[in-house]
Design a protein around this ligand. Structure first.
Ligand SMILES: [Zn+2]
Length: 80
C-alpha cells in the first residue's frame, strides 16, 4: 500500500474536511484521453478546480505538455 500525501501537491496546504481542502486525485494525463494511465498527484479540491481550467478540454496535448502545465500551475500556486 502506498502512503497517501497529507498536503496538496500544488499549494502545500494540509488536506482537511472543509470544502475546497479535501484531497482529490488528479490524473496528470487526462482520463478522457489516456484511460487513467500515467502519473497521478493529490491536490486539494480548490487547486484541482483551478488546474482543470488550465487544461484544454477537447484538444489533446502531448504527455510532456500536460506535465509542463502541472509544473507551471504549481509554481503559480507556490508564489502566493
Ligand atoms: Zn492546493
Amino acid at each position: 500500500m502506498t502512503e497517501k500525501p497529507t498536503s496538496c501537491y500544488a499549494c502545500h496546504r494540509h488536506f482537511g474536511r472543509k470544502n475546497g481542502t479535501r484531497r482529490s486525485c488528479h490524473h496528470v494525463w487526462p482520463k478522457r484521453f489516456f484511460n487513467g494511465a500515467g502519473p497521478k498527484v493529490y491536490l486539494c479540491e480548490y487547486c484541482h478546480q483551478k488546474l482543470e481550467r488550465w487544461i484544454p478540454f477537447c484538444r489533446k496535448l502531448s504527455t510532456t505538455q500536460y506535465e509542463e502545465v502541472l509544473e507551471y500551475f504549481c509554481q503559480s500556486r507556490r508564489m502566493k
